[in-house]
Design a protein. Structure first.
Length: 186
């Protein structure tokens, strides 16, 4: 009789433990989604203006560098043409001047286009506010749809298959006020 009571009492405990484990599994399941930041940014007029501004600056700086390089090339040509008429000391002085100009040009190029150079800093200054808007929209959409993870499929992350049901690009565009009025979100 005692054995029978233990079996009867242990069954509810097993059932409760099983239900609790299923509930904890359900609670720990993570919901995720993805969006395409390249597509979102292409729809943002502020981003396009910022990108045009960056491109214009880069073109101007590249023009300055090319002009200085042409000047250096001309100096080499002049030196070569006049080399037979120059003393060794005069030739060395001109070469030294040319080398100094080349060194300054390399420093300037590095200052403008190098790692954390002027172009990089300008991109940060101009594009960061736009990216902040996108990240805020992503955060709002993630909170609204109770997403724990949101991927950007336009980045380096490789997704071999994506179920469109998890694509939240349209929601993010709507959050930014850039959604298509005729486009119906699932």
């Amino acid at each position: 009789m005692v054995i029978k009571c233990k079996k009867i009492l242990s069954f509810p405990f097993v059932l409760v433990a099983l239900c609790a484990s299923l509930l904890s599994y359900e609670a720990s399941a993570q919901k995720f989604g993805y969006y395409n930041s390249d597509f979102v940014l292409s729809k943002m007029p502020d981003y396009q203006k910022a990108q045009e501004q960056i491109d214009q600056l880069a073109t101007e700086w590249q023009g300055e560098i090319q002009a200085k390089q042409l000047e250096i090339d001309e100096m080499y040509s002049e030196l070569k043409a006049e080399e037979v008429l120059l003393t060794e000391e005069m030739r060395k002085e001109r070469l030294e001047t040319i080398h100094q100009m080349e060194s300054k040009l390399k420093e300037y190029t590095q200052k403008v286009f190098g790692f954390e150079g002027l172009l990089y800093l300008k991109k940060q200054e101009v594009i960061k506010p736009v990216l902040d808007q996108v990240f805020e929209a992503v955060e709002k959409v993630a909170n609204q749809h109770k997403l724990q993870i949101v991927f950007d499929k336009s980045g380096d992350m490789v997704m071999t298959y994506t179920d469109p049901i998890h694509d939240y690009t349209d929601y993010i565009l709507d959050e930014l006020g850039l959604g298509d009025k005729e486009d119906v979100i699932r």
